[in-house]
Design a binder for this molecule. Structure first.
Ligand SMILES: [Zn+2]
Length: 316
């Protein structure tokens, strides 16, 4: 029910935003285009912003729709978001329904020339937990498919390549730049994958417990099983959720639960202390600081830190 009312609040906010934009001043953050950055691109949330910035380099001006400190699960539209979408030529999204707010916002922006790049195109997906029947009884805003594909570095490579192809098509004048930038970045992602595979090899077959259901693609890539307390970060766990996690911790002899660097983990932290295990932090990269969101290699740095924390949870 909390979800429904927050959705209604959001929908109300969007129509208010529309009214404000119609008569309000232009968005302050958008300066006139300078130099070679000819293409104006809007992205949705953090990983998509990092991947798009990596490919865009000096060829395009990239603006994130969602402030880096707000995740996709709890996004609320602001008047400036419509202005950004109106002025953009390209919109890049993760896809798989995680950006549930987006289709309405795009319609409101009335920019028929806007090209949308769905970075999930062609990526092999996993059903969300509820669809798979593991975790019934919660209202949530994940679609039928789990959207967290970016946490598998090799699926991230596919996303980067789809973004590259879309930008080349939208702006052939910088085709060589987009291809060169994408090549350099995907080389780093593939090296990262090899590094993680090596580090997690001794733990193949093990399970871990995260706070929300973000880790199945990461787990699948490295031969692990991901468990979680809640489907999406906004939910409060039920007694059955807490019991399920307690059993898993015992069964897998986990030394730690994997928390997130966001608010809303309090019940999880309390559970860890009840179970006598510690808390490690695995950042699903749904949020970051403004500064981190400017550097595409934030992805590599955060994943390295995540793997170190995960090994600690396994008792390293
Ligand atoms: Zn999530």
């Amino acid at each position: 029910m909390a979800f429904v009312s927050s959705w209604l609040a959001r929908a109300g906010f969007c129509s208010l935003a529309l009214a404000l934009v119609a008569c309000g001043p232009p968005r302050p953050g958008l300066e006139p285009l300078a130099g070679s950055k000819g293409l104006r691109v809007v992205t949705t949330f953090l990983p998509i912003t990092l991947f798009t910035r990596a490919v865009a380099g000096d060829c395009a001006q990239v603006t994130a729709l969602i402030a880096p400190n707000a995740g996709p699960h709890d996004f609320q539209a602001k008047p400036g978001d419509l202005a950004a979408l109106r002025q953009a030529k390209v919109l890049v999204k993760n896809g798989l329904e995680v950006e549930a707010f987006l289709s309405k916002l795009v319609v409101s922006a009335e920019n028929p020339a806007l090209i949308t790049i769905d970075s999930s195109r062609g990526v092999a997906t996993l059903d969300s937990a509820e669809e798979a029947g593991h975790h019934r009884g919660h209202a949530h805003d994940h679609g039928a498919v789990n959207p967290h594909i970016w946490l598998d570095p090799l699926r991230a490579v596919q996303q980067v390549e789809t973004i590259r192809d879309g930008l080349v098509k939208a702006d052939p004048s910088c085709a060589e730049g987009y291809k060169r930038n994408a090549e350099a970045y995907t080389t780093q992602l593939k090296a990262l994958n090899a590094e993680i595979a090596g580090q997690l090899k001794p733990y193949r077959g093990k399970s871990f417990v995260a706070f929300h259901d973000f880790a199945p693609y990461f787990a699948e890539r490295y031969g692990l099983t991901a468990n979680y307390l809640v489907d999406v970060p906004e939910l409060n766990p039920s007694p059955a959720d807490l019991q399920r996690v307690a059993l898993e911790v015992k069964k897998s002899q986990l030394k730690a639960l994997l928390s997130e660097p966001q608010e809303g983990n309090r019940s999880f932290n309390a559970l860890a202390s009840d179970l006598g295990v510690t808390i490690s932090v695995f950042d699903p990269m749904e949020t970051a600081t403004e500064e981190e969101s400017r550097h595409p290699l934030t992805y590599v740095r955060v994943m390295r830190r995540n793997v170190a924390e995960l090994r600690r949870a396994f008792g390293e």
